[in-house]
Design a protein around this ligand. Structure first.
Ligand SMILES: NC(=O)c1ccc[n+]([C@@H]2O[C@H](COP(=O)([O-])OP(=O)(O)OC[C@H]3O[C@@H](n4cnc5c(N)ncnc54)[C@H](O)[C@@H]3O)[C@@H](O)[C@H]2O)c1
Length: 316
């Protein structure tokens, strides 16, 4: 079971991918431009494996078993030699990516899929000049991928359909949920959706309609409860007796009357940011953000575990 993946760039996102691949039985080779980075990543991964095992999220394996599949490679050529998948996680800088991909392309076999984790650079910007560009795409995770399964698969205009199909199979094999796109667009799918929601959140606070905590509660204790196991389309399909068409017939008028007041851009950097920051720092002081991030990850683990259990007992 499983193949071999090279993780190029072993910072925050690279090491999270290493966990996802190794947990699913893949061999993982870490490489980084900074020679000490892979060893540092492996030490952090060892701690995270212990947490995952405690939460029954290591597929029944011991942390040592999973960790034994992760090694550090001395050179990029050694890391890429004969692998099935390359996941690039270098800094978000198009020039860095261009140079790195020009180096990676000739080192990887023609059948190897080359994927970038880039959050915001469309893949055509760093793959156009490559001889092997048909097997290149973006596979954008929501961090950390070992807890949040969705991965956006973004093809450049020259990415072969078989590459996207193969990428989808590999993502499923390692327990991720592929979101294949037909073509590239800035923001991909997830950040476009998140951006639309954040824009309205900023505007509501900017206009004094409600406060920061009220926006968070509307999601946390409202919409997001359903959204954590059905999406917005399934939500509306189930919120009218006759399904989605019935929902649109009933509520299209309501939504249509809202959109005129949603066209003005909120100024995210304006005084509203002072208000949001003051509210947040009142809840969590700056020097406690690390603790709160660890708490968030523990809550995410509990949620992932619950979703797996509920899918098993109730179906999905
Ligand atoms: N942080 C997130 O939440 C998140 C989520 C999804 C995707 N991403 C994307 O993942 C990528 C990496 O982000 P990160 O948060 O892991 O950054 P990071 O700074 O934690 O890690 C980047 C790593 O790349 C290494 N590096 C620098 N130049 C390199 C090169 N030329 N070749 C190989 N390695 C090199 C650095 O030494 C470092 O270890 C970015 O493209 C980012 O947009 C980030």
């Amino acid at each position: 079971m499983g193949g071999t993946a090279a993780i190029v760039g072993s910072g925050l996102v690279g090491r999270a991918w290493a966990i996802a691949f190794a947990r699913a039985g893949w061999s993982v080779r870490l490489w980084d431009a900074e020679p000490q980075a892979p060893a540092r990543a492996r030490a952090i991964i060892a701690d995270l494996f212990a947490d995952l095992a405690d939460n029954d999220l290591l597929n029944g394996q011991s942390p040592d078993e999973a960790l034994a599949r992760i090694s550090a490679s001395a050179t990029l050529a050694e890391a890429l030699d004969g692998v099935d998948w390359v996941q690039e996680n270098a800094p978000e800088d198009v020039e860095v990516k261009r140079r790195l991909w020009a180096e990676m392309d000739p080192l990887a076999a023609p059948s190897t899929v080359l994927a970038s984790s880039t959050s915001g650079i469309v893949p055509s910007r760093f793959t156009e000049a490559l001889a092997g560009r048909a097997r290149c795409l973006t596979a954008h995770p929501i961090n950390p991928p070992y807890l949040v399964p969705a991965v956006e698969l973004v093809p450049a205009p020259w990415t072969a359909p078989q590459t996207v199909a193969r990428a989808g199979e590999v993502m499923q094999q390692i327990d991720q949920v592929p979101i294949p796109m037909q073509r590239e667009i800035d923001g991909f799918v997830v950040n476009r959706l998140q951006g639309a929601l954040l824009e309205e959140a900023f505007r509501l606070v900017e206009d004094g309609i409600c406060g920061v905590e009220e926006v968070d509660a509307a999601l946390r204790d409202g919409l997001a409860l359903r959204w954590s196991f059905i999406g917005p389309f399934e939500t509306i399909d189930l919120n009218a007796p006759g399904g989605v068409r019935d929902y649109v017939e009933r509520y299209n008028g309501l939504y249509a009357s809202l959109f005129a007041s949603m066209q003005r851009r909120a100024d995210w950097t304006g005084v509203v940011l002072d208000e949001i920051e003051a509210a947040r720092r009142g809840q969590v002081p700056k020097d406690k953000l690390d603790d709160r991030q660890r708490w968030r990850d523990r809550r995410l683990m509990a949620l992932r575990r619950h979703k797996k259990d509920a899918a098993r007992s109730l179906g999905d």
